[in-house]
Every structure is written in structure tokens, then in C-alpha cells.
Design a protein around this ligand. Structure first.
Ligand code: B12
Ligand code: SF4
Length: 465
């Protein structure tokens, strides 16, 4: 059977004028996971529109499209195109799960929730000539999942070809997060077996890894065993975690000993009333400053994530947040405008209060305001968001942040890492167009590795790198 798998891109990612590096970071892991369930004699192609021009003149029998909210319209267009050519079109992913009726208009079969149970069920039905219209995931386990088809990934097109997920979901429940809606009807946090995760890591070439798990530290027993198993593998890795996990004794030390060098941390807001409002209780009464110091003391760089536009945010939130982040010596920051994804608790609340401005999913990209904020105008919120980026990545801010570090090598790493992402955007554009994103991986590895070196000296221990 000829199968075509597509990760469609949102418009910005395929602009003829400028290619932001963030769309050339990670390969389409979800689709490569699903490809693992195909038969050996199936002919499968996987195309990621973020990094390559799609070939739309082919004639596959089965087309599989992953739909995010911001790429939904593009996904539907592609689906309509292939259905008109006689292909059978399967749509799945986060947005399909949120709005099945919308997606069903463009598909032969739709898939709600994670694919590990429903995708093989569909394949069996399809091959038997009896596929259903809707498949809803109920059985949540990663036991016995087939190998991810990494051979389908064009590694040279990505800065971080070694992305990996060893769990699904997260143990927490935040109102604005996609997670509860996506995992409805079954478990919403589960992991691989530790040995299977280690085997998958072992199969990845090179040193660098990026764990895309929502909360790698969410099951401390699993995470501790994983980090123990990774010790001595010589890996350098990055991941996402919570303030709570950072403050937990021992786990972070184990992570660092196994190669953790940079962590994406969801601070979200500096205002406890906002945390209450969004039910982000795991961040309440946690000392963010202590968490950052702990990470820095262990040689881990911090990518702080912040959301603007919660109901207690006013015009002062942007400057206060940036000033705080710079003073804390956070190396990189990611800012978002609060975005109510359909079927999340936040969306339901906004809809009930009649605060949603429109349903143009292209603009639900965390850079546009799609609802009426409580203490800001939409214009002020958007302007403040862009200003926050500009202010955080000013040279003066980068140097001020770097100078919170004691040692020269730490300061240099800070400057190199922060400028690498934001000050060299034109250079990234050229590299991406030349299809050489992966050639910059050694630079990233050097920065990550050098940052950790002083810690091993200070601890007087042999670090595995
Ligand atoms: C890596 C990542 C990216 C990468 C690359 C995306 C990629 N290659 O898939 C980049 C940096 C490009 C990116 C960009 C953005 N992202 Co992003 N990203 C992620 C992240 C962290 C991991 C995705 C991943 O690999 N998961 C692991 C794999 C195994 O799971 P999966 O992809 O979901 O696939 C499974 C199921 O969804 C399902 N499935 C998927 N498709 C199909 C199809 C069929 C037929 C079937 C049967 C099943 C099925 O089966 C798979 C196996 O279980 C997620 C968070 C998350 N936990 O998902 C956010 C996430 C997907 N991103 C999000 C957002 C908002 C964005 C941006 C808009 C951010 C921005 N402001 O720029 C952009 C735009 C994305 C776009 N193209 O439209 C949101 C999506 C919200 C939504 N409702 O759609 C998420 C959930 C983050 C969040 N918590 O809010 N992202
Ligand atoms: S901690 Fe992060 S991943 Fe987990 S529910 Fe909250 S926002 Fe979602």
C-alpha cells in the first residue's frame, strides 16, 4: 500500500521571505511513531511542510495528516486535494480531537486522542475493507509500541533531529493546556518502560537529545531510573520541567549527572492570583528564584516560559516580567499570549463569558489576541508581547543577564546561547534555505557542554561528558 504522511505547516513557517529557526527544530515524531505500525512492504513517505515543499502530484492510496490548530485550514485543504484525487484520508491530532465535527467534513476517518491503540485498529479495519468513520482512543499504554520509523526523518533538515518522547501527557491540570481535552476518556499521563526508553535513546546517533515530553519529571520514580540508566552514556540533553520538579531534592542532580544542560520551565506568570485562576496549583507558593539558582548552580541553562493576558495582568506585566527574568539571569525566554484552545477549560470559560473575538484558527498561534482580556485592550496585549521579546533580547539585557553569573565561562555561554537564538535570525534563515540546519548541531552541543564543565570541576566529580 502507498501511504503518504503529512505534517502541514502554518503560513508563517513557509514564508518566502523569512524562515524562523523554531520551525526547523524538531522532526514530526508523532507521524514517525504511527509509521511504525505499517507493514514492511507498505511504501511510505513522510513530508514535513515546515522544512520542505510538499509534492502534491503523487497518488497515494492512504493519506495521513496530523492537524494542529494553527495548521488546521492548511490540513483541510490538503485533505480535500487528496480526496479529490481518490485517496483515503485519515485526519488525527490535537485539533481533530478538539473539534471532530469540523475535521470530519474533510476526512474519510478521524482519530480522537493518541494513536497507539486506534491507529493499528484502523489499519486492520482498512485492510479488511471495513474502516470506521471515527476512532476514539481509550486504551492508554506505551507497552509494546513498535519502533519509531526514524529512517523516514530527513535529519539534515532539523537542528535537533534527536527529539524523543518517553511519556505522554502530564500529571497536572492547567486550564489553558491542551492536555485534558486531548486525553479525555482515558489515562492522561503514562510513560514507556525505563528499559524501552533507554533502548530508544541508545538507537539515537550523536550526543544531543531533546526530550519533548510535557513533563519529563512527572513520575519521579520513572525519571530517576531513566536518569540513572543514562549516566555514562555521554549524552547532552534538554527538556521541559516544572518549578516543583526543579525544587525536588535529588532528581535534578540525577538529571544533571546524566547530561541535562538546559531546561524549559513553565513559570507562566509572576502573579499568584493568575495561577489560582488557571488552576496551576503546582506553581503556587514556589520560590521561582530558588528554582533558577538551583538550576544555574548545577550548570543548567533556563528557558523561562511566560504567558501574558491572564485576568490579573495589566499594562505593567510586560516590563515587570522582563525585568525579573533578566535579573534572574534566565538565558532564554519564550513569551506567549494566552490562547484559549477549543474544548479546554479556559476556552469554555471565555465562551461562557462571551469574550472570544473570533474562530480564525490561523490566529490561535499564541502571538495574536483572540479574546477580550480583562485589564488590557487586545492591542495593548499584542504590543506588550512584542515589546517583551524586544526588551528581553536587547544587547543590554543579554549582558545584564550574563553578568548575574559569577564565572566568565558562564557569562560567555549565556551570551552565546541567547544571541544564537535571537540575534542571528538572518543567518538561520540562510542556513535553513540551504537545508543545512543539522550542520549547526555541533555548535549547540559545544555551548551546552561547556556550560556544564565548571560544575563537574566544582563538585570534584567525574561528569559523564
Ligand atoms: C515539538 C512541538 C512543536 C515543534 C514541531 C511540531 C512537530 N514536529 O510535531 C514546533 C517547534 C514546530 C512547534 C510549533 C508550534 N507549536 Co508546538 N509543540 C510541540 C510539542 C512540544 C511536541 C509535539 C510532539 O512531538 N509530540 C510527541 C508525539 C509522539 O505526539 P503527537 O505529535 O501529538 O502525535 C500523537 C497524537 O497526536 C496522535 N496523532 C497525531 N496525528 C495523528 C494523525 C492520525 C491519523 C492519527 C491516527 C493519530 C495522530 O498520534 C500520535 C502518537 O500518539 C507539543 C506538545 C505536545 N505534548 O504535543 C507542542 C504543541 C503541539 N504546539 C503547540 C503550539 C501552539 C505550537 C505553535 C502555534 C507555537 C507558536 N506560538 O509558534 C507552533 C505552530 C505549530 C504548527 N505548525 O501549526 C500546541 C498545540 C495546540 C493545539 N491545540 O494545536 C502544543 C500542544 C503545545 C501546548 N502545550 O500548547 N511545536
Ligand atoms: S504543567 Fe504544563 S503540560 Fe502539565 S497540564 Fe500544566 S501546562 Fe499542561
Amino acid at each position: 500500500m502507498k501511504v503518504k504522511m503529512i505534517l502541514p505547516a502554518l503560513t508563517e513557517a513557509i514564508s518566502p521571505y523569512f524562515r524562523p529557526i523554531k520551525y526547523s527544530l524538531f522532526p514530526p515524531l508523532g507521524l514517525a511513531t504511527l509509521a511504525g505500525y505499517l507493514n514492511e512492504d507498505d511504501q511510505v513517505t513522510l513530508q514535513d511542510e515546515h522544512v520542505e515543499r510538499l509534492d502534491l502530484n503523487d497518488e497515494p492510496e492512504l493519506v495521513v495528516i496530523q492537524v494542529y490548530i494553527t495548521s488546521a485550514y492548511r490540513a483541510y485543504k490538503l485533505a480535500d486535494h487528496y480526496r479529490a484525487r481518490g485517496a483515503y484520508v485519515a485526519l488525527g491530532g490535537l485539533h481533530v480531537t478538539s473539534l471532530p465535527d469540523e475535521a470530519a467534513r474533510h476526512a474519510d476517518s478521524i482519530f480522537l486522542g493518541p494513536g497507539e491503540d486506534i491507529w493499528p485498529a484502523f489499519l486492520a479495519d482498512y485492510r479488511a475493507g471495513n474502516p470506521a468513520k471515527v476512532y476514539t482512543s481509550r486504551v492508554r499504554t506505551l507497552l509494546g509500541v513498535p519502533r519509531i520509523r526514524r529512517d523516514l526523518i530527513k535529519r539534515n533538515l532539523y537542528l535537533v533531529p534527536n527529539s524523543i518522547v518517553v511519556s505522554r501527557g502530564c500529571p497536572h491540570v492547567c486550564d489553558f493546556c491542551y492536555k485534558e481535552a486531548f486525553f479525555k476518556g482515558g489515562k492522561s499521563f503514562y510513560t514507556l518502560e525505563v528499559d524501552d526508553a533507554l533502548a530508544e535513546i541508545n538507537r539515537l546517533p550523536g550526543r544531543h537529545l531533546y526530550f519533548l515530553d510535557d513533563h519529563l519529571f512527572g513520575n519521579p520514580r520513572f525519571a530517576g531510573a531513566l536518569f540513572d540508566g543514562m549516566r555514562g552514556m555521554g549524552r547532552l540533553w534538554q527538556a521541559a520541567g516544572t518549578v516543583q520538579a526543579v525544587l525536588r531534592p535529588e532528581l535534578l542532580e540525577k538529571a544533571v549527572a546524566s547530561g541535562l544542560r538546559s531546561l524549559f520551565v513553565g513559570f507562566e506568570t509572576l502573579n499568584p492570583s493568575n495561577l489560582q485562576e488557571q488552576h496551576k496549583y503546582q506553581n503556587l507558593n514556589r520560590d521561582y528564584g530558588t528554582a533558577i539558582r538551583r538550576l544555574h548552580d548545577l550548570g543548567v541553562m533556563v528557558n523561562g516560559s511566560f504567558v501574558f493576558g491572564m485576568d490579573n495582568d495589566d499594562e505593567t506585566v510586560f516590563d515587570r516580567t522582563v525585568e525579573w527574568a533578566v535579573k534572574q539571569g534566565i538565558e532564554t525566554a519564550t513569551f506567549h499570549i494566552l490562547t484559549p484552545y477549543p474544548t479546554t477549560a479556559l476556552y469554555e470559560r471565555m465562551a461562557q463569558q462571551e469574550r472570544l473575538l473570533h474562530s480564525n484558527w490561523d490566529l490561535y498561534d499564541t502571538r495574536h489576541v483572540v479574546y477580550r482580556p480583562a485589564k488590557l485592550t487586545p492591542e495593548a496585549l499584542e504590543a506588550g508581547y512584542w515589546r517583551a521579546y524586544r526588551d528581553f533580547y536587547r544587547w543590554s539585557s543579554i549582558f545584564q543577564g550574563a553578568w548575574t553569573k559569577e564565572r566568565w565561562n558562564e557569562r560567555l555561554r549565556h551570551v552565546a546561547y541567547a544571541t544564537g537564538w535571537k540575534k542571528f535570525e538572518p543567518a538561520w534563515d540562510v542556513i535553513i534555505r540551504a537545508k543545512r540546519a543539522s550542520s549547526m548541531l555541533p555548535v549547540l552541543e559545544t555551548i551546552l557542554a561547556a556550560f556544564g564543565r565548571h560544575v563537574s570541576q566544582r563538585m570534584g566529580k567525574e561528569m559523564p561528558l
